[in-house]
Design a protein around this ligand. Sequence first.
Ligand SMILES: Nc1ncnc2c1ncn2[C@@H]1O[C@H](COP(=O)(O)OP(=O)(O)OP(=O)(O)O)[C@@H](O)[C@H]1O
Length: 363
Amino acid sequence: MTAISIRGAVKRFGAAAAAAVDDVSLEIAEGEFVALLGPSGCGKTTLLRLIAGFETLSGGAIRFGDRLVAGEGTHVPPEKRNVAIVFQSYALWPHMTVAENVGYALRVRGLGKAERARKVVEALAAVELSGFERRRPAELSGGQRQRVALARCLAMDPDVILLDEPLANLDVHLRASMEETFRAFHARTGATMVYVTHDQAEAMAMADRIAVMEKGRILQVAAPATLYAEPANEGVARFVGNGRVVDCAVVGPAGEGRSSIRLFGGEALVRAGEASPASGPARLALKPEHLAVGEAGFAATIRKAVFKGAHTLYEIEPEAAPGVLLPLPSDRRLSIGESVRVAVGDGWLLPASAMEARYPAAA
Ligand SMILES: Nc1ncnc2c1ncn2[C@@H]1O[C@H](COP(=O)(O)OP(=O)(O)OP(=O)(O)O)[C@@H](O)[C@H]1O
């Protein structure tokens, strides 16, 4: 177990104009499970590879505990960092049994037979694969193979475990059960884990904290519930939970962390933080479940309907804001083109800094 400190990390590939990792700072506590979340190309794999030591830093520094592993003229090679890495392709040896796969690196390390056997048994127990020692990879399901890969990394007693989209190749049902396996694995080992994914449900289900990345930068680092309920900026508000961001006007504080606002010609009470604007123009982050079709509220037209089973996900266009489309789940049957009233039950006023980003001060 070890803490990871990333300070001002920069990675440029060749003469590319934009840095793949652009001034990233992140403190990961000992035993913490942090997910790096973001769209394809945002730099999460590059950041993971910098932590592992497969890439050299162009700027900044990375420390494991007090030990400088990268930057400031130092580059500790991957094999000297005591990190284990789990990829989406499990890379098991097909001709070896499960036990041999898990024990292989221990043999290379020169561990004696008895100790090797003990570690293999322990690691397989941790991923609930006791009894599978003599099978070969071809005789396992995808999820079982991924668990062997996990056991293989666990057997190495790594300080840090890095996971790069380890569930990307598995089907939906298997992914859910593997999320459970990862959580149990983390609880059991207490290892510091960094998990790269573009799947927010996966990140939400497992991580202690999530770092949302965009264009090589970290937009926000927070616990999943905070990220969902109180996004710090427009990027996170949109990326997480199918959110939308709209213009509104703050009328004033309404007590208990709420503010009264005017939105699409109607009024609503929404959540506000210390950094949210206290009055005047503001940006409001809405999640689909914050809107409901009712008797009162702003006027809108149903533009689209997608049947989702338990409910239908509608797309509505406020009459006061043509061109703005908002998702709204409902179990009512509504027709395209129908006029409805939409009540705003909740929402989050983005910090005033999000306004500055949108309307930069004139130079
Ligand atoms: N070896 C490389 N040489 C040049 N450019 C690279 C290299 N590796 C990554 N990049 C570029 O750096 C940026 C970040 O890539 P990275 O793989 O870190 O993104 P990602 O968020 O992990 O994406 P994905 O989810 O698609 O894997 C991209 O623009 C990518 O093209």
